[in-house]
Write a protein that binds this ligand. Sequence first.
Ligand code: H2U
Ligand code: ZN
Length: 355
Amino acid sequence: MITPSLKSDLKLDETPHRRFNPLTREWILVSPHRAKRPWQGQVEEPVREDRPIYDPSCYLCSGNVRANGEKNPAYSTTYVFDNDFPALLEDVPTGSYQPHPLIQAESERGIARVLCFTPRHDLTLAEMDTATIRVVVDAWVEQFIDLGKQPFIRYVQIFENRGAMMGASNPHPHGQIWASERLPQQVLLEDASQREYWQHNGRSLLADYLAEELRLHERIVYENESFAVLVPFWAVWPFETMVISKRHVSALTDLTDSERTGLADALYAITVRYDNIFRMSFPYSMGFHQRPIGTDDWQYWHLHAHFYPPLLRSATVRKFMVGYELLGTPQRDITPEQAAERIRQQNAVHYKHES
Ligand code: H2U
Ligand code: ZN
């Protein structure tokens, strides 16, 4: 049984305080007094980047030749290919290097793929719709299954870098998948905390967390029957969110047909609201966390996605992870509750589609 600690002097919307991230077991610093003045409704002129439906110079458009000379087929829905410049390679000599306990290296094998979400060069998830995002969800499921079949793969990391600010190399809607021999660092942290929580409480950490968030309703920004989108209590990035499955499932492959559509709907809902905040294509890195491959005691894993958007005050003013963040603890001014309110206020219709 969890006994809530009732410390009455702490005002989460006024006093500097730190918050705990139970998934990574890291602390963050919140300084609400610095951001107490209300948002002045600073709305920018909509940024209209009018991209063509097809761009003859795009490496990812249907039928075009990629940077390494290979030709994309004339695809009409999603399209997956092996990354031409992969960070991980399948065929590398295995081994380790440890001349001293403080100096260690290990070989790491993997597979990197690129997934084009649609042949439409001009779209983004926010400008697609639930039905076409659902096709992307199905492609993610297929990739999770396919890469998971490789005998040396332990983890399949699905993610999207959206926008030049997040380092995306191309505006064509696409994501990446990196599958590796070992668990990546963030996954390792989440794996340990979820496993321990399950062992102590017999329940999923995120199921318990989500139940409490749904009860409080302070940080929920969107929900449908199968998924909820919220600003986590411990969010570091100003408009960071998590998309959590309401049913305790461990991977995308566990989702029912209607839950896959529910996921597509939740992704659409949050990306539209993101774009509407500054009336521009909102940059972010997003990705899924799900169970590792090849383990049989993975019940403690709870499927979720993280969105990490860098913007703070406008289409150009971003939050920096510098100074105290790098040397001490990540810090934020606008509270997660204020951010949730700001996202909730956004129109459900994309600003480009407003009549
Ligand atoms: P990002 O936009 O998130 O960087 O993803 C694009 C990926 O696509 C990137 O990893 C790959 C890059 O290596 N790519 C190809 O594999 N072939 C190309 O012709 C262009 C880009
Ligand atoms: Zn394109």
